[in-house]
Design a binder for this molecule. Structure first.
Ligand SMILES: *[C@@H]1O[C@H](CO)[C@@H](O)[C@H](O)[C@H]1NC(C)=O
Ligand SMILES: *[C@@H]1O[C@H](CO)[C@@H](O)[C@H](O)[C@H]1NC(C)=O
Ligand SMILES: *[C@@H]1O[C@H](CO)[C@@H](O)[C@H](O)[C@H]1NC(C)=O
Ligand SMILES: *[C@@H]1O[C@H](CO)[C@@H](O)[C@H](O)[C@H]1NC(C)=O
Ligand SMILES: *[C@@H]1O[C@H](CO)[C@@H](O)[C@H](O)[C@H]1NC(C)=O
Ligand SMILES: *[C@@H]1O[C@H](CO)[C@@H](O)[C@H](O)[C@H]1NC(C)=O
Length: 398
């Protein structure tokens, strides 16, 4: 990321903290402080657009699918735009690929440009347009059935980035692949942790799974989990990094009064797709981790020290776990274990703006997930209800 970028964006989220403590606070952005990485004649018209924090978020303009032409949105530069997607099989791959057509016209000046981010849950790419005409973006081959199905029904999401954001975009480019459920995404996570946390990854000798049995596990034993692939993988990577922990998720083993082993865990997805606190039978939990968890989890079992175990009140723990079972997972709290100071909450090169951008993009692709993660938490802080991210930003500026 360009060194100037960290100067470009002050912390959007510091504003939530400030608002929460009732400190009068105006928009943290001063367009004149923003020295775009663009040539002057290009940047000046753009600066006029940067009036408030909201302007710095990528804007979802629509999704282009083959069944639906997304059209008529207004860019910062081009006032008449439309997009559609055409499926093809030029690569001869199993699911083929596609071409996104983007027609931009009615530029308000001939030096301006629009920057776009194109996203599916499996990839993100970006492009910028100077010229009024039809542009195309190639997707050589879909990652697999899942992406193919997704794009067929939901299309490719298109976001308009406010220009002057090239720095952020470059950083976004580094961070976004963390979330993709692909080998590329997984390697990105590993590279990221190696680079930013000096983590080491040494491949274990086979077998990769120990053959421990439920009998080896006692109430209070702790499971430290590190997911490195897919949406949880990407999320955990950022979480590890901003909190400084090498585990992204934890769970506790508990036995019921009959001695049956259970795992008490947060973030378990129920049938409605909500992430809740759950008590799961060990066999079910272990089976899922061994065969179905696509986040390639690394799991360590950390047994309680015998002295501590002797003090562990299994009955009380069981009662407490039962009382929590089915409750929503505490995203509202979790977010504030990241954002716990007024600024400098994120290690460079991530800044609050980048996080907000990622979340905005994610919001569109996995709405309920983003809503849990950010919007619930921030609404709670602000004492509001049901506002989405842009509305939250507006609220904080009041
Ligand atoms: C979308 O628009 C393009 C160009 O205007 C046109 O060729 C295409 O047939 C349209 N597709 C649909 C589904 O309307
Ligand atoms: C097409 O897009 C419009 C506007 O985004 C949306 O309301 C409509 O449901 C979409 N239709 C299909 C078939 O996806
Ligand atoms: C916008 O573009 C579409 C298709 O490219 C065209 O039909 C329409 O007339 C244009 N609208 C304006 C206001 O230029
Ligand atoms: C694309 O072509 C390959 C090879 O001809 C074929 O196996 C595959 O089924 C095709 N995929 C689609 C989506 O048409
Ligand atoms: C399973 O564990 C037992 C006891 O620790 C050990 O003797 C045995 O070799 C292990 N089996 C495998 C396949 O690792
Ligand atoms: C353990 O917890 C149960 C339930 O809260 C309580 O009744 C019991 O006295 C506790 N046992 C000890 C040894 O503290």
């Amino acid at each position: 990321m360009a060194p100037s970028s960290s100067l470009l964006f002050s912390s959007i989220f510091s504003l939530f903290v400030l608002t929460a403590t009732s400190v009068a606070f105006k928009s943290p952005f001063h367009p004149n402080d923003i020295l775009p990485l663009l040539p002057r004649q290009v940047s000046w018209p753009i600066l006029n657009y940067l009036n408030s924090a909201v302007d710095l978020l990528p804007t979802f303009v629509g999704s282009a699918s083959s069944a639906n032409n997304s059209s008529g949105w207004k860019g910062a530069c081009f006032y008449n735009n439309s997009a559609w997607l055409e499926f093809h099989n030029n690569s001869g791959s199993e699911y083929g690929g596609g071409t996104l057509h983007l027609k931009v016209s009615n530029a308000h000046s001939w030096t301006c440009m629009d920057l776009y981010v194109f996203a599916t849950p499996y990839r993100v790419t970006w492009d910028y347009y100077f010229l009024s005409r039809e542009h195309t973006l190639e997707f050589k081959a879909w990652e697999g059935k899942a992406e193919y199905e997704y794009v067929k029904s939901k299309g490719v999401s298109i976001f308009l980035m406010q220009a002057g954001m090239l720095g952020t975009l470059q950083a976004l480019w580094d961070v976004f692949p963390l979330f993709t459920n692909t080998g590329w995404g997984e390697n990105s996570n590993i590279r990221f942790l190696k680079k930013h946390m000096k983590a080491t990854f040494e491949q274990r000798p086979q077998p990769w799974v120990t053959n421990l049995t439920a009998d080896d596990i006692h109430s209070g034993d702790f499971l430290a989990i590190s997911k490195i692939r897919g949406r949880w993988g990407g999320f955990e990577t950022l979480e590890k990094w901003v909190t400084g922990s090498y585990a992204g998720h934890t769970a506790v083993c508990l036995r019921d009064s009959e001695g049956k082993l259970w795992v008490a865990e947060s973030g378990h997805e129920n049938e409605k797709g909500e992430d809740i606190i759950a008590l799961l039978q060990w066999e079910e939990w272990w089976e899922f981790e061994l065969t179905k968890d696509d986040s390639n989890p690394h799991i360590s079992l950390l047994p309680l020290h015998p002295e501590i175990r002797a003090k562990f009140n299994e009955t009380a723990a069981w009662e407490y776990a039962q009382s929590m079972s089915g409750q929503p997972y505490g995203y509202h709290n979790m977010i504030f274990s990241w954002i716990d100071t007024v600024d400098n909450n994120y290690p460079p090169p991530v800044d609050a703006h980048l996080v907000a951008s990622v979340m905005t993009v994610w919001n569109q692709i996995q709405p309920s997930y983003a809503a849990n993660l950010w919007n619930e938490a921030l609404n709670k802080r602000l004492g509001t209800e049901g506002l989405n991210l842009p509305e939250i930003l507006v609220e904080t500026e009041k």
